[in-house]
Design a protein around this ligand. Structure first.
Ligand SMILES: [Zn+2]
Length: 379
């Protein structure tokens, strides 16, 4: 089956990257003279990159690796931002386990001795927050939206349930202490630290009636936006509790902000054009699932059809069936609510908004990109 081939390819890519990292590491360690020097630093340097986006503004980007330690549902770490101000450091998200958070702290310490004063969690997903404890130890204030905090609490109770069903899970999560925000906000909040202005804005992406968790961090002077898992560049997204239409709308709004660099939760920072391509992917996914439902196709038939498209030439392919299923369930529920005359709850996906997404420029840009990729045989 096509899907098995995808999974094999994804695994092969992981192994290839690991082998490359080890070979590069050995080459650097042995060097020209053949003298072995400081391997721990070398190992730490090969599995991630720290990129400077603006003066004093950085992002830690891990390689596409599946971690053995931590929550298996979030085994790929998200990116972590950090901003060094005159009065201390602000960290944006904390990776998927304390080990990666310590790698980030190590990189911060290479650049400054100033204390880490604040952590901003842009959402509630495990790959954004499971390193919080490392910065709590540094006495940082941990900030998140009140919706994200509520989602973290339900993630915690879900974990307790999952651990009772899966005896392996406590072993994977040994040494990890889920650490909650010490301060929450609603809507928008902004503050200044060491002359650095920071705006944190809630974005309404969750299913109607659910806590609204996602926020963006905007540095107006640097024109940099950190979007956490609301944006992935070259990866399959985690749908989480997001409503696909609201997510598309929120990204459309973010594209109008006055920014030059958009930092995703996974993958490389980009311009607005690549962000719009990602919105195009969500619209393509929504339209494909919608068409399948209208034709009476089952979830597995829709899955087989969409997974065979080159649009899924992405990393984290293991998340693809989950993403398709989440969108399928949302749209099927909305359709059932739309069809049933006695239901008073509003449809989360009005038909008029999804009727003709192919005319949208983001979808066109996305489709052009995948067709040129297919022509070039690129992955
Ligand atoms: Zn993520």
């Amino acid at each position: 089956m096509e899907w098995k081939r995808f999974r094999l390819l994804a695994r092969w890519e992981c192994l290839r990257r690991l082998a490359r990292s080890i070979l590069t590491c050995l080459a650097v360690t042995v060097g020209v003279t053949g003298v072995v020097s400081s391997p721990p630093l070398c190992a730490a340097n090969q599995l991630y990159e720290v990129r400077q986006l603006a003066p004093h503004t950085f992002v830690w980007i891990p390689d596409d690796m599946m971690d053995q330690n931590g929550d298996p549902n979030f085994n790929r770490s998200g990116n972590v931002g950090f901003v060094i101000t005159n009065d201390g450091v602000i960290v944006i998200n904390t990776a998927n386990n304390p080990f990666h958070a310590r790698e980030v702290l190590y990189e911060i310490r290479q650049r400054t001795d100033l204390p880490v004063r604040m952590v901003i969690d842009t959402g509630s997903q495990g790959d954004e927050i499971l390193g919080n404890e490392v910065f709590a130890e540094q006495r940082a204030t941990i900030i998140a939206s009140s919706g994200a905090e509520a989602q973290m609490r339900s993630y915690q109770s879900g974990l307790v349930k999952r651990m009772s069903l899966d005896p392996e899970l406590p072993r994977h999560m040994r040494g990890i202490h889920l650490t909650f925000p010490t301060q929450t906000f609603q809507g928008t909040t902004s503050f200044s630290m060491g002359g650095q202005e920071i705006r944190v804005l809630s974005l309404n992406c969750d299913e109607p009636g659910n806590a609204e968790g996602d926020a963006a961090v905007f540095l107006p002077r640097e024109k940099v936006i950190f979007l956490g898992d609301l944006y992935v560049n070259g990866y399959v997204p985690q749908m989480g509790s997001r409503n696909v239409q609201r997510w598309i709308d929120a990204l459309g709004n973010v594209e109008k902000w006055n920014a030059t660099t958009y930092v995703p939760g996974h993958g490389d920072p980009s311009t607005v054009k690549t962000l719009a391509n990602f919105r195009g992917f969500l619209q393509w996914l929504q339209a494909g699932v919608q068409a399948g439902i209208q034709q009476g196709k089952s979830l597995s038939a829709v899955e087989d059809q969409l997974l065979s498209s080159s649009a899924f030439n992405l990393r984290a392919l293991d998340l693809a069936p989950k993403a398709i299923a989440a969108v399928y369930n949302q749209l099927a529920r909305a359709r059932a609510a739309h069809v049933a005359p006695n239901r008073s709850s509003p449809s989360p996906v009005p038909q008029s908004r999804t009727a003709n997404p192919a005319t949208d420029s983001a979808v066109k840009g996305f489709l052009n990109r995948i067709s040129s990729r297919a022509l070039n045989g690129a992955h």
